[in-house]
Design a protein around this ligand. Structure first.
Ligand code: IPD
Ligand code: CA
Ligand code: CA
Length: 265
């Protein structure tokens, strides 16, 4: 295995084990609120500290961007870490959350790990080496368009009020032409599902680089597309459309008329 990936996998499994063990004492967790509907616990912080300690042991000079601790270091190699993606689910014992770790070198995504500690499913990718689930090659679905497609999304629960109606218009447009829409609640895992062909496409707005970086490489390496609602290539930005190539194109077309100007890129 590629050395960066070996370390990423070790860190993701270690954090995932900590998260899984913490589920047994959810009632005693101290929950802080970072913003409206934005929660953080000691589990998020401890998981991130574990991940960063493992990275630093092997790569002391690399930079890290972690959701909970921010950016540290100035290297051209940057680890992008969401220690617990799906904290709201976790807090409710709703078993859909993940650890997400990506490595970017000189602005290009090189390596991705998304680990689901409930199913113990490990999604990995190295640029140019394909995407894997538990070591087996995965591909995006072969769905030819939106008819019959299963689409993932994220509801705009932290979105500016003026964006709610446009989002509902998008949801309505997609619901009208697909087999179903799901809101599982962990963006990194939502993207991993597109890579694995479990869903055919995905769209969400106002995400952070740590929600999407690993999932983006998984999708590319699984033969899919990920970009902005205006059709530009994904570049760690907040607004994301993804899918197998056909569903990606169809989603851009269906969402396009409803996407407000400030959510296009
Ligand atoms: C959240 C999840 C969720 C998405 C939110 C993210 P967090 O991450 O990915 O699916 O809709 O926008 O903030 O806060 O649980 O790490
Ligand atoms: Ca997240
Ligand atoms: Ca998080």
């Amino acid at each position: 295995m590629q050395p960066l990936l070996t370390i990423g996998v070790r860190a993701a499994r270690r954090a995932g084990d900590l998260i899984a063990r913490s589920l047994t004492h959810l009632d005693s967790l101290k929950i802080d609120t970072k913003g409206r509907n934005d929660f953080v616990t000691d589990v998020d912080r401890k998981a991130e500290a574990e991940i960063i300690a493992i990275i630093r042991k092997s790569y002391p000079a690399h930079a890290v961007l972690g959701e909970e601790s921010g950016r540290s270091g100035t290297s051209e190699t940057l680890w992008i870490v969401d220690p617990l993606d799906g904290t709201t689910n976790f807090l409710h014992g709703f078993p859909q959350f993940a650890v997400s770790i990506a490595v970017e070198h000189k602005g290009r995504l090189e390596c991705a790990v998304v680990y689901d500690p409930m199913r113990q499913e490990l999604y990995t990718a190295v640029r140019g080496g394909g995407a894997q689930l538990d070591g087996k090659r995965i591909r995006v679905s072969s769905q030819r368009g939106l008819e019959g497609a299963l689409i993932g999304t994220g509801f705009p629960y932290r979105m500016a009020p003026e964006h709610v109606d446009p989002y509902l218009a998008m949801l309505k447009a997609v619901m009208a032409v697909t087999a179903g829409v799901r809101r599982p609640g962990s963006a990194s895992l939502d993207l991993a599902y597109v890579a694995a062909g479990r869903t055919d496409g995905f769209f969400e707005f106002n995400l952070k680089p740590w929600d999407t970086a690993a999932g983006a490489l998984l999708i590319r390496e699984a033969g899919g597309r990920i970009g902005t609602p205006s059709g530009a290539d994904y570049a760690l930005g907040p607004n994301v459309v993804a899918g197998n190539p056909k569903v990606y194109a169809a989603l851009l077309e269906t969402l396009g008329p409803h996407v407000p100007a400030d959510l296009r890129d």
